[in-house]
Design a protein around this ligand. Structure first.
Ligand code: RET
Length: 256
């Protein structure tokens, strides 16, 4: 069984799709590498190491899928086991990092992460079983998903400790990406051969690959765009002081 899971079998159009997915994730790796190497930024405060997990782990998992590693054959369907492992590792980081941006209370972040992991694990059960168990697991997964969205949209803003306008802006962009894009996953699942079979296996592979890249790479890019939030404390102070000094030398600015 383990031998079967690990035996590479390159070939087929889906390998091409997953190859494109691997390249897509590499773009995210480059973006986070820029953040890590930017000397003006405090990588510790920005927790960029954690951010790197998102595209790096997914890139490895897509490389595995390109080689046909981790495919499990269940009830006549080919299930990408590696994909669920990828989701189990990376989606909690996406959810947790958004909380980090506005310093949400740890217990609340852990609640969201726990619901997220429950959603993925029960989603895996739904994908790999049949009959009542499948639909029961699908229902539990969907409920965990909705509760997680509640925590993100209601609890996170209430329990945020860092609420500067810049941090709020970044938080809202990341949170809304999660809220909008992720809704499509259960829809794709229902349309796929494991659900009602409205979309072929290849079509599902293409849709999910597109979604995975869209959910991860722009996320890292948005953090890059807002990287000023994580500028070193000393630089921020120096910038403030410069602004004060220049204010003293120049005439008072007016609204017009
Ligand atoms: C499943 C099927 C069962 C019901 C639900 C699902 C939701 C999955 C989600 C996955 C998100 C994945 C992401 C990956 C990023 O690369 C498991 C499809 C609710 C929301 C964001």
């Amino acid at each position: 069984m383990i031998g079967d899971l690990l035996s590479p079998s390159l070939g087929g159009v889906d390998s091409v799709v997953y190859g494109v997915g691997t390249l897509g994730m590499l773009v995210g790796v480059v973006v986070v590498t820029w953040l890590l190497r930017d000397g003006d930024l405090d990588a510790e405060a920005g927790k960029f190491r954690y951010l790197m997990i998102i595209p790096a782990f997914a890139g490895l998992s897509y490389a595995g899928m390109t080689l046909g590693i981790g495919v499990i054959s269940i009830n006549g369907y080919e299930v990408e086991g590696v994909r669920y492992l990828d989701w189990l590792v990376t989606t909690p980081v996406l959810v947790g990092y958004a909380g980090h941006v506005v310093d949400v209370d740890r217990s609340v972040v852990l609640g969201a992460v726990g619901l997220d992991a429950t959603m993925i694990l029960t989603g895996f059960v739904a994908t790999t079983t049949a009959g009542t168990l499948r639909w029961g697991a699908f229902t539990v997964s969907t409920l965990a998903f909705l509760l997680m969205l509640y925590v993100l949209f209601v609890q996170y803003p209430r329990r945020a400790r860092a609420t500067s306008p810049e941090r709020k802006r970044l938080f809202l962009r990341l949170r809304n990406q999660v809220g909008v894009l992720w809704l499509l996953y259960p829809v794709i699942w229902l349309a796929s051969p494991v659900g009602f079979g409205l979309v072929s296996t290849l079509g599902t592979a293409m849709l999910v690959t597109f979604m995975d890249v869209a959910a991860k790479v722009p996320y890292t890019w948005v953090v890059h765009e807002h990287r000023g939030i994580f500028r070193h404390e000393r630089d921020a102070v120096a910038v403030d002081r410069d602004a004060d000094d220049s204010g003293r030398d120049s005439p008072v600015a007016t609204a017009d």
